[in-house]
Design a protein around this ligand. Structure first.
Ligand SMILES: [Zn+2]
Length: 350
């Protein structure tokens, strides 16, 4: 009997911490990425890496003045080339507030607390062109020498801030980007930095759109691959918290040693009114499907998900992965692979 088919999209945002303290290239990018890639490849699967190219453009800018920046740029570009050579997809992922990043030469880290330019929408045309076109050119420069046929036709917005899509549309067209991976269906957040509202997004894994990213348009030029979310019951959340606390006490295995991310401050709901039926990303029993959120406690929820759904889109971050998370994902792929025929190539899902 042939196995039932399941689509499992394994994606990563390849980035440093984007708040008070960025952490290092080695701890946040190189080491955890290599570890998780070994697991993914052991199971014969493929992944997509959304590269925070705004980080790399900033390194380029500082490379002449600081040797450490020049070295980091070299390390990361070689790493991206190696990920690509291993057969995984590489696409851009922009965090525009890198434009206002402050370099900390003592520790070779960055401080990204100025969030005025967090959203691409808030940039002027020159800045948009500079970082979008610069990002596409930079990635092509890393990949094309060994893979001249590579098509860079996917994108994921930093912090899910892809709205209004009209700000992106000209750049998608200019660079022939057809696939977007930014929508986390049903969730919303209105914060001091981030703004997104996907509460009206089609409840579909894949759909076409044109100028409004949450409006399905069969004739639309672009394709959305919706990020999956999972319901975590209150008792599981509670047990998971206790487990995390003890596991960290015993092992010290936690990402918060590496850097400090951005802290979202919600806008007063009386100013921006949240929708009634969406999920508040900061306060919901629903959460995105992510390797860094997996644990022994949540394993049954993840197994149930793949039993019931044909499409599972993971959004994970190497910087946040613990050894426990990596083991859990290894177990999960073993479980899924033994029961189902797994497809991880997004081009076979669209
Ligand atoms: Zn990001």
């Amino acid at each position: 009997m042939s196995k039932q088919k399941k689509q499992v999209l394994i994606t990563f945002d390849y980035e440093l911490f984007l708040g008070n303290r960025s952490g290092s290239v080695d701890d946040c990018l190189i080491k955890p990425t290599n570890q998780i890639l070994d697991v993914i490849e052991k199971h014969g699967e493929r992944a997509i890496f959304f590269i925070d190219t705004t980080h790399l453009l900033t390194l380029e800018k500082y490379a002449e003045k600081y040797d450490a920046c020049s070295n980091d740029l070299e390390t990361v570009s070689a790493h991206i080339a190696s990920i690509s050579k291993r057969g995984h997809e590489i696409f851009p992922h922009l965090h525009p507030h890198w434009l206002d990043a402050e370099y900390l030469p003592q520790t070779n880290e960055w401080k990204l607390t100025d969030t005025d330019k967090y959203r691409f929408f808030h940039l002027n045309e020159n800045e948009r062109e500079l970082i979008f076109t610069g990002s596409v050119e930079l990635l092509n420069k890393f990949i094309k020498p060994h893979n001249p046929e590579y098509i860079l036709d996917g994108y994921r917005a930093g912090g899910w801030c892809i709205q209004p899509f009209s700000a992106f549309e000209p750049y998608f067209k200019k660079h022939k980007i057809k696939y977007d991976f930014s929508v986390l269906g049903k969730f919303y957040l209105f914060s001091n930095a981030q703004y997104f509202d996907f509460s009206e997004a089609p409840e579909k894994s894949v759909y076409h759109f044109q100028n409004d990213i949450v409006k399905e348009n069969d004739k639309g030029l672009f394709t959305e691959l919706n990020i999956s979310s999972v319901f975590i019951p209150k008792n599981v959340q509670f047990l998971n918290k206790i487990f995390q606390k003890f596991y960290f006490k015993l092992t010290g295995d936690h990402s918060f040693n590496r850097g400090e991310g951005q802290i979202a401050v919600k806008i007063d709901p009386s100013i921006v009114k949240p929708t009634t039926h969406g999920y508040d990303i900061l306060n919901s029993n629903w959460e995105r499907v992510a390797i860094e959120l997996m644990s022994q406690i949540k394993m049954p929820v993840y197994k149930k998900f793949i039993q019931e759904q044909d499409y599972m889109h993971f959004i994970s971050h190497p910087k946040m992965l613990t050894q426990h998370n990596i083991r859990m994902f290894d177990n999960f792929l073993s479980y899924a692979g033994s029961r189902y025929e797994i497809e991880t190539d997004f081009r076979k899902m669209v």
